[in-house]
Ligand binder design. Sequence first.
Ligand code: PHE
Length: 360
Amino acid sequence: MTTDLDALRDRLVSAVEEAADLAALEDLRISALGKKGEITAHMKQLGGMDPEQRKQMGQALNQVKAHVAKALDARKAVLENADLEKRLAEERVDVTLPVAPEPVGSVHPISQTIDELTAIFSDMGFTVAEGPDIEDDFHNFDALNIPPEHPARQEHDTFYLPPVTEDQAHMVLRTHTSPVQIRTMMGQKPPIRVICPGRTYRADYDATHSPNFHQVEGLVIDKATHMGHLKGCLIEFCKAYFEVEDVPVRFRASHFPFTEPSAEMDIGYAKRDGQIKIGAGDDWLEIVGCGMVHPKVLRNCGLDPDVYQGFAFGMGIERIAMLKYGIPDLRTFYEADVRWLRHYGFAGLDIPNLYEGLSR
Ligand code: PHE
């Protein structure tokens, strides 16, 4: 009888040791130790035996059972370990591979355009100057030769802020970047060469106007600066910015209270398949207001107009971004729509420079 049990034990143990996977092992456990299992069937016969035999058989069966259970546990551990090794191998992550090919974030076209402007003008020797978005009347208007009764004040659709205390004058949200000219001239000695990109505000809203928009101002002050320098500087800028060798430009006489003479510069373009193509063509687009800094403005900033002259220019950043990148509606710049950003955005690590190209 015990030899039969030895044979049963050896058969079950070797089957367990050969089980190929965890599912096969579980089947084996059920067929040996389950309710209808082989060992269980032997256990059931104990009831019909006499006490002495039952004791012997009971002990022997318990040993077999313990043996098989131990073999099951050992095999289970081996198979689980193999399973883990296999998953680790399959799900292995090579941390030395390059980062995800799909960039997650992107640079907004406004930031990209400011970076491009900065690259172009810093190559010409300009530095970047900044000023506050909340200005006083002096910097936004008076110092720029726009006295309170001047009609230009109406044209600016100014946002006036309520005074904080009763005896305080109101402040304004700057309507252009020109107050940064004033701050620069009052704060540093010529020669001056700065560009001032930044946020500007006017109470206006349609497909080409937004209450919050961006401008870039340019200012050059020195002892022998003249209109030729202004023209050369802006033409050079257009070539670099629009990345075309031949950009026809024309200067039209204009008026700004803070420049004399004043001009507006247009660039040539052609319409092809409904798309604007900057360069040779029959049509003109106005992109920048400019002129020689008005002697009164120089004087307001403590500079002697008989010694110093200079030029200034200002343009809308959204406008030049729309022209270069074919963005049809100004309002989309501020809607924070990720699909729009995915389409018009720029890779985060491609910082524009003139040597590798501005917009890659
Ligand atoms: N500040 C003017 C505007 O907002 C632009 C400008 C700047 C014109 C400098 C001439 C010189 O429209």
